[in-house]
Design a protein around this ligand. Structure first.
Ligand SMILES: *Cc1c(COP(=O)(O)O)cnc(C)c1O
Length: 399
């Protein structure tokens, strides 16, 4: 048997991809599965963005570019950061990579090593702990409380800090809970990070998907001290419905971006050239379509939260952003269905897939057993049908 590295044996395959694969396999067999697993918008990439990619191909923009991206793209990102976040960055402070996931991986590679601790609030996005582990560092998971709307408190952050703490990973709005931090809440966390000189990795990929007038605030925009410690991760995947195009970016201190750029130059080089030109248009072009998308997401959120909360034994927090809900299903654990005991949230999600033909992702994968994640990036019709089915099978569960 080939001996694989310790590093690769330390990590797990993405659980969100696993349920999506299982649901797809059932669909292929002709089963009518309702999927709440997908972590991507159901809208098509806007036409003007697609056209920019086609035009770039037609005009021969098909070759290597500088590792971090063409200047036009860096400038479009710099303008975006100014316009949306009141932040000033120079070209040396921007790097584009193959999706936000790749941006985060580059960060982990240049910052983390054996002996380092990285604070991650749970529920967390599945890749954070594994990327830390891949780089021989230790993820320090801090369980947030549902009653605190799944947000880490300043006390919880302070308590998790040790002399080994290298960084804190913040994700607002969050995947999987949809929770989002206000400016005041960020300020309280920033004070601690600045005081202890701990880096902040701020994953802002859902920035534009917020509801009811919630005002998104970027950690780096609070003041210069925290800006100098923050690496922003953002990208086109969620906001422009461009998950397959692969563009994420980082904005941060020059020396960190330079190190990441050196690494990327030896690993992948630049991201796809037509994707870069599509993203120039995404950032510089009209943002009007977003209003419609966010309104559609908001309507679905209101509906799904109301329906879930109307089911006995389910408690669902109403999130401020992203396109996920994260209901507490723990009251069903330990109960039985046809003599089979539902011990864990994984059993519960398997039960929903088998009996209701509805795919949800178990909370355990996000470090939150007793919960599950539903993505409402799917049509109202699907949401209606899916929740009807969940309601129906849950009524058959024995005490
Ligand atoms: C989707 C997502 C990303 C980025 O995904 P890419 O497809 O690699 O751009 C990053 N962070 C979170 C929390 C996400 O949900």
């Amino acid at each position: 048997m080939t001996k694989l590295t310790q590093r690769i044996q330390r990590i797990q395959a993405s659980p969100t991809l696993a349920i999506t694969a299982k649901a797809k396999a059932l669909k292929a067999l002709g089963v009518d599965v309702i999927g709440f697993g997908a972590g991507e918008p159901d809208f098509d990439t806007p036409e003007h963005i697609k056209k920019a990619a086609i035009d770039s191909l037609k005009s021969g923009k098909t070759k290597y570019t500088p590792v971090g991206g063409v200047n036009e793209l860096k400038d479009a990102i710099i303008e975006k950061l100014k316009r949306d976040n009141q932040l000033e960055y120079s070209r040396e402070q921007i790097l584009t990579s193959c999706g936000g996931k790749h941006s985060l991986y580059n960060i982990a590679q240049v910052l983390f090593e054996s002996g380092d601790e990285v604070i991650i609030p749970a529920p967390y996005w599945v890749s954070y702990p594994d990327q830390v582990l891949l780089n021989d560092a230790k993820p320090v998971i801090v369980n947030t409380q549902e009653k605190n709307l799944f947000k880490i408190t300043p006390e919880e952050l302070s308590q998790a800090i040790t002399p080994k703490t290298k960084a804190f990973i913040l994700n607002s709005p969050s995947n999987p809970t949809g929770t989002a931090y206000t400016r005041e809440e960020l300020e309280a966390l920033a004070n601690i990070l600045v005081d202890k000189q701990i880096l902040c990795i701020s994953d802002e990929i859902y920035e534009k998907i917020v509801y009811d007038g919630f005002e998104f605030c970027s950690m780096a925009s609070l003041n210069n001290d925290i800006k100098n410690l923050t690496i922003i991760v953002n990208g086109a995947s969620k906001v422009y419905s461009m998950t397959g195009w692969r563009m994420g970016f980082t904005a941060g201190p020059k020396e960190i971006i330079a190190a990441m750029s050196k690494l990327q130059g030896q690993v992948t080089s630049n991201i796809s050239t037509p994707t870069q030109w599509a993203c120039v248009e995404a950032y510089n072009g009209s943002q009007d379509f977003l209003k419609e998308w966010v309104a559609a997401f908001c309507e679905r959120r209101n509906y799904i939260v109301e329906r879930l909360n109307a089911i006995a034994g389910i408690q669902c927090f109403k999130p401020q952003g992203a396109f996920y809900v994260f209901p507490n299903i723990s009251s069903y654990l330990g109960k039985t269905f046809q003599n089979k005991k539902l011990e864990t949230d994984l059993d519960f999600c398997d039960f929903l897939l088998d009996e209701a033909k509805v795919a949800c992702v178990a909370g355990s994968g996000f470090g939150a057993p007793g919960f599950m994640r539903l993505s409402y990036a799917t049509s109202m019709e699907n949401i209606q049908k899916g929740i009807d089915r969940i309601e129906e099978v849950l009524s058959k569960i024995d005490e």
